[in-house]
Design a protein around this ligand. Structure first.
Ligand code: MG
Length: 336
């Protein structure tokens, strides 16, 4: 090989290396990875470990999002059970978790009209799966132990439909009243957990606690054993529940159970912004996920929307209540 040809070859190799490096430095090359990576793609199946909830990489996680209102026929909140609303909450509120609150015993609830209420739940769950969000299937009841068989059949169907999806979380009993944890709620929960686990061995299950899901101390003193991936419900409304409930919940965490705030409510910036801040700081410090009550336009302090706001999302600031503005600010800025 003569020298000229050798030099030419060396030059060609150098040029090709340079081009290849330039290509690799091109940021568009990272498009090999899907750009729209969802929260569920990142974190996967949630897993209780002690008093924390871990993601698929064993990192403690907590998510911020929205609870829908009771699904009951003609209560108003059912009009918001739409895929467009889920999409809007993801896009504009940066919500990472939604909760379908299926009313059970009251008029227009599941026992009255199974098809309509179940379809509303499925609409929200399917939309959450499409959008890559976590979603809670909530048996929104104050008397679940009165209809254990109905609850078992419902969760059997949900586990068959959705047990394969990392998105899905089962909530067995929204808010028990002032009844026994050990003698009523716990046996109810164990029977539903057994039904779900026969189909779905691994998705997170959340169990309500006495006195409107505030007596997490009672669950901590007598937790459910024999099944894994179980957390317990804590609810708070800033007008009623302050430091005393945080202290109780902190003690329950110290006793070793994991908590999940499937509902919280504030009346917005006007009066007790500072109490909402206290709670959010506590949730963040303790890695506790939370869903804000509620996606609805009913004229009450907890609604995020003013009466008549669109039932398909696309809301402007003027469509939000005081509570809605505060909740949006918290959820949008929640550090992942
Ligand atoms: Mg599963």
């Amino acid at each position: 090989m003569n020298l000229k040809i050798l030099k030419l070859l060396v030059l060609l190799v150098l040029i090709s290396i340079t081009i290849s490096c330039a290509e690799n430095n091109n940021p568009e090359d990272s498009a090999v990875m899907p750009e729209d990576t969802t929260v569920v793609q990142i974190h996967g199946l949630l897993q209780v470990n002690g008093n924390r909830i871990l993601d698929q990489h064993s990192a403690p996680v907590c998510f911020a999002g929205n609870s829908f209102f009771w699904s009951n026929d003609n209560w108003g909140g059912e009009r918001y059970y739409k895929s467009e609303v889920v999409s809007w909450l993801k896009l504009d509120w940066k919500t990472t978790i939604v909760r379908a609150a299926m009313g059970v015993e009251d008029p227009g609830g599941y026992l009255d009209n199974k098809t309509a209420n179940k379809n509303r739940v499925k609409t929200v769950v399917d939309a959450a799966i499409d959008e890559g969000l976590y979603v809670i299937i909530d048996w929104h009841s104050h008397h679940a132990e009165d209809n254990t068989n109905e609850a078992a059949l419902f969760f059997q169907e949900m586990a068959n439909l959705y047990g394969e999806y990392d998105n899905v979380i089962y909530e067995l009993y929204n808010e028990p009243l002032d009844i026994s944890w050990s003698n009523i709620i716990k046996p109810y929960a164990i029977s539903i957990i057994a039904t779900i686990r026969a189909i779905d061995p691994d998705n997170l299950i959340i169990v309500g606690t006495p006195e409107w899901s505030q007596r997490v101390d009672l669950a901590a003193a007598d937790p459910i054993t024999g099944y894994s991936n179980i957390a317990y419900t804590l609810h708070f409304y800033t007008v009623h529940h302050q430091q005393w409930l945080r202290d109780r919940a902190s003690a329950a965490l110290n006793d070793g159970i994991a908590l999940f705030v499937t509902e919280w409510g504030s009346i917005g910036y006007s009066q007790i912004d500072s109490e909402a801040n206290e709670w959010m700081t506590w949730c963040f410090d303790n890695k506790i996920s939370h869903c804000n009550w509620a996606v609805n336009d009913k004229e009450e302090e907890w609604s995020i929307l003013i009466p008549g706001a669109s039932t398909s999302g696309g809301w402007s600031d003027d469509d939000l209540t005081d509570a809605g503005k505060l909740a949006r600010n918290i959820i949008r800025n929640w550090p992942e």
